[in-house]
Design a protein around this ligand. Structure first.
Ligand code: NAD
Ligand code: DAU
Length: 350
């Protein structure tokens, strides 16, 4: 199996790459990543010398580069995670989301289609997507199922919805062997500190304000990133082609309750008096078009494929806080941006 994983230097991709490289020594794993601000090879130092692992620096918006690489390598499988992933950035710069998430995905579909030439035996194109394509829930009884109509509300979720539609269209039109998953909010080690949980941990540690959007009433459904990587492994190997599976851990939290819980954990870990960190909470202007609530119904993947999340949220959050406290250098590098030129120079064209 020659397996291409895109976006493997990012948050979720790095956990997927690590899982596949260590669990499947018989596979050749190729990690294709453009190393944008969110891509960081320091996420993979523990496996970078594994004999079944190769990093390739490249951009999925470059169609010719992808066509050449597929023709040369003859991949059997693709797990596609490369994307612009942050909702706030999509509000200020939607076009980069169109380019990477929509155009980049179609480039990848074309490269796979042209390389496989209708011979799909043993081939698989797996597209990793988000629950945000379903829009926002307003009735507390409701959950997103695989049948929920698409209703994306942000430029990010619109771009991911478009990419999902293209993947399904290639499955329908060209019979490309596709499978998709739509997952809830991930958290854990390597999470880029522009996102809620790592940003709060970083700011609490540095005694900086904790910006809570609006009234902090919005609800997100959190899953430990390693459990998402395990679900991707399950669907890649056992999922039915043409199907979609929702992934989530039935773990909804109001933002303000989550931030308060993080403050409590951090007070304890840093030896601060209880209540110290919560004083940093600062309510700020709401995100434009802020989705109220996401909640995944994950019964299909649980019942049909036997996947279950392995960690309780409190345990996962403790692990995450411990990881960030033990990896202050990682955080400093990521927030200073210095890691970019260093690692790009070190690994370019390897
Ligand atoms: P991330 O921003 O941490 O990582 C994205 C990676 O893609 C980075 O390594 C970046 O360098 C790479 N990349 C970006 N543009 C590229 C391009 N043009 N060519 C090649 N590589 C490029 O993102 P993440 O949070 O790890 O998300 C990964 C995937 O999972 C995305 O498709 C996202 O939509 C999806 N997803 C994320 C979450 C979440 O909670 N983070 C939840 C559900 C689904
Ligand atoms: O649901 C899956 C999605 O989860 C993924 O597809 C996205 O790639 C991922 O970024 C995430 O999107 P969110 O917008 O839900 O995540 P974020 O961490 O940006 O925000 C989580 C919630 O916290 C959201 O309601 C906005 C709020 N928030 C966020 C930040 C960064 C704040 O209140 N303050 C902040 O500073």
């Amino acid at each position: 199996m020659k397996l291409l994983i895109t976006g493997g230097a990012g948050f979720i991709g790095s956990h997927v790459v690590r899982l596949f490289v260590t669990k499947y020594p018989e596979y050749q794993i190729y990690n294709l990543d453009a190393l944008t601000y969110a891509g960081n090879l320091a996420n993979l130092t523990d496996i970078e010398n594994a004999p079944n692992y190769t990093f390739v620096k490249g951009d999925i918006t470059d169609a010719k580069f992808l066509e050449d690489m597929f023709a040369e390598m003859g991949f059997d499988g693709v797990i596609h995670l490369a994307a612009e992933s942050h909702v706030d950035r999509s509000i200020t710069d939607p076009m980069s989301f169109v380019m990477t998430n929509v155009v980049g995905t179609v480039n990848l579909l074309n490269a796979a289609k042209n390389s496989w030439k209708g011979n799909f035996e043993g081939k698989r194109f797996y597209h990793v997507s988000t629950d945000e394509v379903y829009g926002s829930l307003h009735n507390p009884e409701d959950f997103f199922t695989e049948e929920t109509p698409y209703d994306p509300q942000s430029p990010y979720s619109a771009s991911k919805a478009a990419s999902d539609h293209f993947v399904r269209a290639y499955g329908n039109t060209y019979k490309l062997p596709v499978v998709l998953t739509n997952c809830s909010n991930n958290y854990g080690p390597n999470h880029f500190p522009e996102k809620l949980i790592p940003l709060m941990i970083h700011n609490i540690r540095n005694n900086k304000p904790l910006p809570v959007y609006g009234k902090g009433e919005n609800v997100r459904d959190w899953l430990f990133v390693v459990d998402h990587a395990r679900a991707i492994d399950t669907v890649f190997h056992k999922g039915t082609l043409g199907e979609t599976y929702n992934i989530g851990g039935f773990n909804e939290w109001k933002n303000i309750d989550l931030v308060n819980l993080l403050c409590q954990i951090m007070d304890r870990k840093l030896g601060r008096e209880e209540g110290t960190s919560a004083k940093l909470i600062t309510y700020v202007t709401d995100r434009a078009g802020h989705d109220l609530r996401y909640a995944i119904d994950a019964h299909k993947i649980m019942n049909e494929l036997g996947w279950q999340p392995s960690l309780q949220f409190e345990e996962g959050l403790e692990k995450t806080v411990d990881w960030f406290l033990a990896n202050q250098e990682w955080l400093d590098n990521v927030t200073s941006g210095a890691y970019q030129s260093y690692y790009q120079g070190m690994y370019a064209n390897r």
